[in-house]
Design a protein around this ligand. Structure first.
Ligand SMILES: [Zn+2]
Length: 181
């Protein structure tokens, strides 16, 4: 740095001018560096979302409303499976067995199916030609299972309805007893 009064060079660290004796100009130790102006926050570029495509009306083919009553529809489906091959009986028995199991909630239908399944399965087992003996045996097992399950379900239904009947009778009796006293 240089002296303010005479202009002579003053070495660093010396507080006065060696030429004229004037005090050396005080040099600020840390030059405050101009702080960079805070960068303006760049707005996040927003990509304009593509406008939603107009929804094309889906063509709706109204399916013909079929009142599917399992009680009547299912046996009709099962019947044509029988005569084709020698294994037809066994497969029919298997199908009957499956239906007997599935339709164990409908006692009457289940018993008819169970009877048919039993007949078909036994015929299928008795016919020893063809590899459908396994199907026939499975049909027999399913049929028996279905009928047994149906009996259990039917028994449960009977039991609950009987209980309800008894409860109703009891409440009616108590109501009568209350009105008389
Ligand atoms: Zn000086």
């Amino acid at each position: 740095m240089f002296c303010e009064s005479c202009g002579a060079s003053i070495p660093d660290g010396q507080s006065f001018c060696s030429n004229c004796g004037a005090a050396a100009p005080v040099q600020p130790e840390v030059q405050a560096a101009p702080q960079p102006a805070p960068q303006p926050v760049q707005p996040v570029q927003q990509y304009a979302q593509p406008a939603p495509q107009p929804v094309q009306p889906v063509q709706q083919y109204a399916p013909p409303v079929q009142q599917v009553q399992p009680v009547y529809v299912q046996p009709v489906v099962a019947v044509p499976a029988q005569p084709r091959k020698s294994s037809g009986m066994a497969i029919a028995g298997l199908i009957m067995g499956i239906f007997a199991l599935v339709l164990c909630w409908f006692p009457g239908v289940n018993w008819i199916l169970g009877l048919l399944g039993l007949i078909f399965s036994i015929i299928g087992i008795a016919k020893k030609n063809g590899g459908a003996k396994g199907a026939a045996i499975a049909g027999l097992i399913l049929t028996i299972l279905g009928v047994v399950l149906s009996v259990v379900v039917f028994g449960a239904i009977l039991g609950t309805s009987l209980n309800q009947y008894v409860e109703q009778a009891e409440s009616a009796a108590s109501a009568i007893a209350e009105t008389t006293y």
